[in-house]
Design a protein. Structure first.
Length: 158
């Protein structure tokens, strides 16, 4: 399974169960043109009891399990897609973002393998990584910032 079809498949599960998400992290940056890779898919979502119940339905359907690696310190929910072994992280909060609504207002709506996907803007991904201040996030910042600057220059061209 390639990255696009995996993202399309995971998006189909989330869409089918009506869990509104925003793709964040390096996967979002890559879709916005940054030359980066990732070994997981990260999403922001609303961690309501109803949505968590829907996540539990998804993982039962695909033969996985839902975990909370940093419970009770965070609203991080994780499962592994069994065919690919790729980790899927759904976060209720992330550093550098005021709210789900504010992030969504700047996000890009696209389609991957026929599935609608809402993708955080590169500027927001950069802000999240700066605010998280983790070594792995800081290491990728120069690449993301250069991609962002190049895109801004391209927008200004007639």
């Amino acid at each position: 399974m390639n990255a696009a079809s995996l993202l399309g498949y995971v998006s189909s599960l989330l869409n089918m169960h009506r869990i509104e998400t925003i793709l964040i992290g390096n996967a979002a940056a890559a879709l916005d043109g940054a030359p980066v890779t990732t070994d997981d898919l990260d999403f922001l979502f609303r961690p309501t009891p109803k949505n968590i119940g829907k996540l539990e339905e998804i993982v039962r359907e695909i033969g996985s399990s839902l975990t909370q690696p940093h419970y009770p310190l965070s609203h991080l929910y994780r499962f592994v897609e069994p065919q690919s072994g790729v980790q899927i992280d759904l976060m209720g909060t992330v550093y550098g973002v005021r709210s789900f609504e504010s992030l969504r207002s700047r996000a890009i709506r696209t389609t991957i393998d026929g599935q609608p996907v809402t993708v955080a803007s590169l500027g927001d991904v950069i802000a999240m990584k700066k605010a998280a201040n983790r070594k792995k996030d800081l290491a990728v910042l120069p690449v993301l910032e250069e991609t962002f600057r190049a895109a801004e220059v391209e927008k200004k061209r007639p």
